[in-house]
Design a protein around this ligand. Structure first.
Ligand SMILES: [Zn+2]
Ligand SMILES: [Zn+2]
Length: 408
C-alpha cells in the first residue's frame, strides 16, 4: 500500500518537474541537431581565428622552471598583432615544439627577443634557426639580445658560438635549402639602457629595461602597439625600472618562481639555496604579488614555476597575500586575447600530429653540390641498383614526373 502511494507521488512530482523543465531555456535547444558545432566552446584552436585589426594575441609557449618537462617547456611567449606582426619573447628549450602547434609558417617567425642568455630562455634558438631553415624560412632570422659586462658575455658572442656549434649542420644542408633563411641578423643592445627603443617598425615599438638576475646583462621588454602595452620580465629580481615603466600595462608577464618551501620539499634544495634561488635569483610568489600591486596592470600573468595541482594552490595563496587584482597563473598553451575592451584567457587545443606549415613564398634552392662523401665512405655504399631504379620508376609513373637517377 505504502509502495503504491509512493509511486503515484513520484509520477506526480516527475510530471511537475518536466513541466518546469520545458520552460527553461535549455529545453528549447533539444531540437538542435547534435551534428552542429557548439558555439559556446571556450578553447583556442590554432589557425582557425582571425585576429581583429586592433587585437593582440599572446600565447604562452613555455612557462616552467629551468629544467624542461613534458607538461611545460622553458620560457617563451609568442605575441601576434592585428597588423600581422609576430614576435617571440625568449625561446627556452622545448618551446619550439609548442610553437609548431600554432600553425604559423616559418616566414613569420623571424623576430626573437632574448631577455638573457640562460638556456631556459634561448636554448631553442637552434631549433628555430635550423628547423626553420629546413622548413623553408625565406627570411633571415633576426635576434635581439643584451650586451654583457664583457663582449664574451653578450648576445653577439653567444650567436657566434651557436653558429660554430651548428657548422656541420649548416654545411650539410647546402643544396637542399633556401639559404636566405640561413642568415642570422644579431641586434645586440646596451643592457644598461633604460626604456631604450630597440625596435621600431610598422607601428610597433619595443623597448628594453635592465633586469636584475644572477649577474649583469639581463633585460626585460615592453612592446607597444596601437595603444596596447605588453610587458615581459624574462628573469628578474623586483626592480625600480620595472616598477617605473610597466605601470598600468595591458598585460604584464612577470616571473613568479616556485616558493622557497616548494623548492625545499619537492626539489630537496638545501634551505639556504631554496631561499636564495626563489627570493634573490628570481622573484618569489609574494614578491611577484607585491610588484603587481605596485604596477596595477590590466592583467598580471605569473610564469616560471611548475604549475601542478599541488603547487598552484600554494603559490596562489602566497600571491594573494600581496595582490588582489586580475591574475592568470600561466601554463603552456595558455592564450590571451587582448583588446582595449577585454582580455580573454583560454587554453589552446593543439594537434600533436601537426606537420610544418609551408613557406609563404617560392623557395630558391642552390644547385646541389656534388657528393660530400670521401672515397672511403662512398666505398661502403650498398647501391641496390634494381630496387632504386624501381623506386624512381614507380614515383615517376604515379606523379607523371621524369626525375632521372643521379649519375652517382
Ligand atoms: Zn635565468
Ligand atoms: Zn629562467
Amino acid at each position: 500500500m505504502s509502495f503504491k502511494f509512493t509511486s503515484i507521488r513520484l509520477v506526480y512530482y516527475s510530471t511537475i518537474l518536466l513541466m518546469i523543465a520545458s520552460l527553461l531555456p535549455f529545453a528549447a535547444t533539444t531540437n538542435a541537431s547534435p551534428q552542429k558545432p557548439n558555439e559556446a566552446r571556450d578553447v583556442y584552436y590554432p589557425g582557425t581565428e582571425d585576429l581583429r585589426p586592433d587585437e593582440m594575441r599572446v600565447v604562452a609557449l613555455g612557462t616552467g622552471q629551468p629544467t624542461v618537462r613534458p607538461k611545460q617547456a622553458s620560457a617563451a611567449f609568442l605575441v601576434e598583432l592585428g597588423n600581422g606582426d609576430k614576435f617571440l619573447f625568449d625561446l627556452g628549450y622545448g618551446s619550439v615544439q609548442r610553437l609548431s602547434t600554432m600553425k604559423i609558417p616559418m616566414d613569420y617567425l623571424d623576430k626573437v627577443f632574448i631577455g638573457h642568455l640562460h638556456m631556459d630562455h634561448f636554448g631553442d634558438l637552434d631549433a628555430l634557426w635550423i628547423g626553420g631553415l629546413k622548413m623553408n624560412r625565406t627570411y633571415p632570422l633576426r635576434v635581439w639580445g643584451p650586451s654583457g659586462e664583457t663582449p664574451k658575455m653578450g648576445t653577439k658572442n653567444a650567436i657566434e658560438g651557436l653558429k660554430q656549434m651548428l657548422y656541420w649542420d649548416a654545411v650539410t644542408v647546402a643544396g637542399l635549402i633556401d639559404t636566405r633563411g640561413e642568415q642570422i641578423e644579431v641586434n645586440e643592445f646596451d643592457y644598461q639602457a633604460v626604456n631604450n627603443v630597440i625596435y621600431e617598425e610598422n607601428g610597433v615599438t619595443i623597448r628594453s629595461i635592465p633586469a636584475i638576475h644572477v649577474t649583469d646583462g639581463a633585460v626585460s621588454f615592453i612592446l607597444e602597439w596601437n595603444g596596447l602595452k605588453f610587458a615581459y620580465s624574462s628573469d628578474t629580481f623586483p626592480n625600480k625600472w620595472w616598477l617605473e615603466h610597466t605601470k598600468n600595462v595591458d598585460i604584464s608577464i612577470h616571473e613568479c618562481f616556485a616558493s622557497p618551501q616548494i623548492l625545499l620539499e619537492k626539489q630537496k634544495y638545501p634551505p639556504p639555496l631554496a631561499l636564495a634561488l626563489s627570493v634573490f635569483k628570481h622573484t618569489s610568489p609574494q614578491q611577484f604579488g607585491k610588484v603587481m600591486s605596485m604596477t596595477e596592470p590590466r592583467l598580471a600573468v605569473g610564469y616560471h614555476f611548475y604549475n601542478d595541482h599541488d603547487t598552484l594552490p600554494v603559490i596562489l595563496d602566497q600571491v594573494r597575500r600581496t595582490y588582489d587584482g586580475p591574475l592568470a597563473m600561466a601554463t603552456d598553451y595558455m592564450v590571451f586575447n587582448v583588446t582595449k575592451e577585454d582580455i580573454r584567457v583560454r587554453m589552446a587545443a593543439v594537434d600533436t600530429e601537426i606537420w610544418p606549415s609551408l613557406s609563404t613564398r617560392p623557395t630558391k634552392r642552390n644547385p646541389p653540390k656534388g657528393s660530400l662523401f670521401s672515397e672511403f665512405t662512398e666505398s661502403g655504399m650498398e647501391p641496390m641498383p634494381e630496387l632504386i631504379q624501381r623506386i624512381y620508376d614507380d614515383f615517376n609513373k604515379r606523379n607523371g614526373t621524369n626525375v632521372p637517377l643521379p649519375k652517382k
